[in-house]
Design a protein around this ligand. Structure first.
Ligand code: F3S
Length: 391
């Protein structure tokens, strides 16, 4: 693998222990995937932020980097944490969990990382351009960046993303190379998904069929950005999809020579939407997987205006978006109805079990999968008006 002289110096430890450790991780990864070189990245999203997912071993790994004076070398931000740092008492997060989570966030902050914990950085102005190389780790953000924005990223793991942040480079393989970005399965959409839950169910169903293939959709005419983030997140969760194309909508649409062809029907959509619904009465309703945009928070506020809800409700979003929702009065409407807008965290990486929740509702195919498999929740799945119970 070819290294520039500066990269070689980092590798050899001439620029400190932390850059050496990071460079050695990237070179090892590059060798596994036969990368010819390392390429600069304009931004990095680091995953492995919640104490729920990384535990004490992850915290020690980060604190070791801090001891070695690690500093990031490019714009770097975080995936959601296990709690909203400003509202964890209101969320009833256990004290011991909160203390550990704060230590994790402090470790990242001391490395110079922007303290924004969101899986939807594109809603807060971080929108790489077509062809721009980045190193993002959150699977839904990776699918969105590659597909809807046309940027170039592999799905990084927590350690490789942090190594890219410290060095400013990533190995040049996989979806950084144009020959690996050709769709090999064409999906003729003979259904009319409209709501977030529709797009979530469609993504969840198709992801299982795709098994890491790159899909290209035809006949999907209604596909606004906020629905595509749900589609991508759900396909990423059930099928590791990291790139998809939509005819006349995504900035690129590139096919291999003879792609496989399948059809997605309304019957498949309707029956999978029902199959995802395995719970009865949710004690917590969650909206915002991936993190809600201001427009989506407005939609919830409009639905709840003047009403009272009987289950707990979290609308998960980025802190920057929550501040805008506060300014617009949407947060207050949701709180008056009995819900909360929580920032920098989400239903899947917070300690739901420790907080006593057993049955959780969502309108996201990704959340439906992980609430059930990781959080051991019974899942109620559906459109907002079906999952939020009114008094
Ligand atoms: Fe984001 Fe959490 Fe869903 S990280 S994509 S809200 S599972």
């Amino acid at each position: 693998m070819q290294l520039t002289s500066e990269q070689q110096k980092m590798f050899d430890g001439e620029m400190g222990e932390a850059p050496a450790q990071a460079m050695q991780i990237l070179v090892a990864l590059g060798k596994i995937y036969n990368a010819e070189n390392l390429i600069p990245v304009s931004s990095v999203q680091v995953s492995g932020v919640s104490y729920e997912t990384i535990g004490d071993a992850g915290l020690e790994y980060l604190q070791d980097y801090v001891k070695k004076s690690a500093k990031v070398n490019t714009l770097t931000f975080l995936n959601p944490a296990g709690m909203d740092r400003d509202q964890y008492e209101k969320m009833q997060v256990p004290k011991e969990f909160a203390q550990k989570q704060i230590q994790i966030l402090d470790a990242f902050q001391s490395m110079g990382i922007t303290m924004s914990c969101t899986c939807a950085p594109y809603h807060i102005g971080i929108r790489p351009k077509v062809g721009e190389h980045i190193a993002w780790a959150e699977s839904s953000a990776v699918a969105f960046a590659n597909s809807v924005l046309g940027a170039r990223t592999n799905r990084e793991g927590g350690p490789s993303a942090l190594a890219a942040a410290i060095t400013g480079v990533t190995p040049n393989y996989g979806l950084h190379l144009k020959e690996n970005r050709l769709a090999n399965i064409l999906i003729d959409v003979q259904a009319t998904p409209k709501t977030t839950a529709d797009f979530g169910a469609m993504g969840s169903y198709l992801g299982k069929k795709l098994k890491s293939k790159i899909p290209a959709f035809t006949n999907l005419t209604f596909a606004p950005e906020i629905k595509l983030k749900t589609l991508g997140a759900s396909m990423a969760a059930t099928g590791s999809t990291a790139l998809f194309y939509i005819k006349n909508i995504t900035p690129e649409f590139k096919l291999s020579d003879s792609p496989e062809k399948i059809t997605f029907t309304q019957e498949e959509l309707d029956s999978h939407k029902k199959d995802l619904n395995i719970g009865e009465k949710a004690d917590l309703v969650t909206i915002g997987c991936p993190h809600a945009s201001l427009e989506e928070i407005e939609e919830v506020a409009n639905y709840l205006k003047g009403k009272k809800i009987s289950n707990k409700l979290w609308v998960c979003t980025a802190k920057k978006t929550k501040l805008l929702a506060d300014e617009q009065g949407y947060t207050q409407i949701i709180e008056q109805a009995g819900g909360n807008v929580v920032s920098d965290t989400c239903m899947v990486v917070s300690p739901l079990n420790q907080m006593g929740y057993k049955c959780t509702a969502c309108n996201s195919g990704k959340a439906a999968k992980y609430l059930s498999s990781l959080q051991k929740q019974k899942v109620v799945f559906g459109d907002i008006e079906d999952i939020i119970l009114l008094k």
